[in-house]
Write a protein that binds this ligand. Structure first.
Ligand code: SAM
Length: 251
C-alpha cells in the first residue's frame, strides 16, 4: 500500500497491546498507513498538520486519538452491556480523533464535523480511498448543529480535541448527546483548579464529570489528559448559545 515517497508508520504491536489492550488487524494497519499517506499528500495543498514524522504521527495523531476511547475499544469484554454506536467528532480538522476511531470501531458510525468547508471537502475526498463506510461528514459550527433536531441528542459519544477551552468543549458536545451519552474532551495539561471551574458549567449543561484520566504518551512521554463527561439530564434549550458566544463568554 505504501508509495515510494511516504515512509511506513511504525507498527509497535506491543505498545498497542500494553497501553490499549488492542491490536489493529492487518486491514486496520493498512487503513492507518493509507491515512498517513493521504494526509501527507493533502498537506501539500492544505495546512492540515505540522506532524509529519512517522513516529510522531503514530503517537500524536493515531495513538492519542485511540487513547481517548481506550475503554470503548474493549466493548464486549466488560463494562459495556451494549456498545455505543453513534459517535461525533467536533472540530475534526484533518480527521482526528474521528478517523482513527472509525477505523478501530468499524461497527460504529462516526460523524466528522468542522466549520471549515475545505477541511470537510478533503475528508470527503479521502474517505473512499480508506474504504471507510461508517463515516459521515458535516460542514458546520457546533453552536448551530447542536440546535438542529436531526443532530441534537442524537449521539452516544461526542469527541473533541484541540478546539477550545474545556467549558466551551462541554457546551459544544453535551447538547449533541443522548441521555447517558459520553463526551470525551482531549487535553494536554490539566489542573485541579480547572476541574473546579468546569464542574458548574457541566452541571448547567445537564452533565457531570465522570472521570479525568492522566497519562503519558508511549514514545515521547508527553503528558495528556482525557475528561469524560456523562450526560445525566436534558441540556436546557438555550445551549449551545449562538455562534461565537461560547468562546467569548465561556460558562
Ligand atoms: N481535532 C483536530 C485535531 O485534534 O487534530 C483538529 C484541531 S484544529 C486545531 C481545530 C478545528 O476545529 C479546526 O479545523 C476548526 O475549523 C474547527 N472548529 C473550531 N471551532 C469550531 C466550531 N465552533 N464548530 C466546528 N468546528 C470548529
Amino acid at each position: 500500500m505504501n508509495d515510494s515517497t511516504t515512509p511506513s508508520l511504525p507498527e509497535l504491536p506491543e505498545i498497542w497491546q500494553q497501553t490499549l489492550n488492542w491490536q489493529p488487524t492487518t486491514k486496520q494497519q493498512v487503513q492507518l498507513q493509507r491515512l498517513y499517506e493521504l494526509i501527507l499528500e493533502g498537506n501539500q495543498k492544505l495546512n492540515l498538520t505540522r506532524i509529519t514524522d512517522p513516529q510522531e504521527f503514530w503517537e500524536k495523531h493515531l495513538w492519542d486519538s485511540l487513547r481517548g476511547v481506550a475503554l470503548l475499544l474493549r466493548v464486549g469484554e466488560k463494562d459495556f452491556a451494549s456498545p455505543p454506536h453513534h459517535f461525533i467528532d467536533i472540530g475534526t480538522g484533518a480527521g482526528f480523533p474521528g478517523i482513527p476511531v472509525a477505523i478501530a470501531l468499524p461497527d460504529c458510525t462516526v460523524t466528522l464535523v468542522d466549520s471549515t468547508r475545505k477541511k470537510i471537502a478533503f475528508l470527503e475526498q479521502i474517505l473512499p480511498e480508506l474504504a471507510l463506510e461508517n463515516v459521515k461528514t458535516l460542514t458546520g459550527r457546533a453552536e448551530e448543529i447542536g440546535q438542529q433536531s436531526q443532530y441534537r441528542q442524537n449521539y452516544d459519544v461526542a469527541m473533541i480535541r484541540a478546539v477550545s477551552n474545556a467549558s466551551v468543549c462541554a457546551e459544544y458536545t453535551l447538547p449533541l448527546l443522548k441521555q447517558g451519552g459520553l463526551a470525551i474532551i482531549y487535553r494536554g495539561n490539566w489542573t485541579e483548579e480547572e476541574t473546579t471551574a468546569l464542574t458548574d458549567a457541566v452541571k448547567l449543561l445537564g452533565g457531570e464529570i465522570e472521570a479525568i484520566e492522566q497519562f503519558t504518551t508511549p514514545l515521547s512521554k508527553s503528558l495528556r489528559h482525557c475528561l469524560y463527561l456523562r450526560k445525566i439530564a436534558t441540556t436546557p434549550a438555550k445551549f449551545p448559545r449562538a455562534v461565537g458566544i461560547p468562546t467569548h463568554k465561556p460558562l
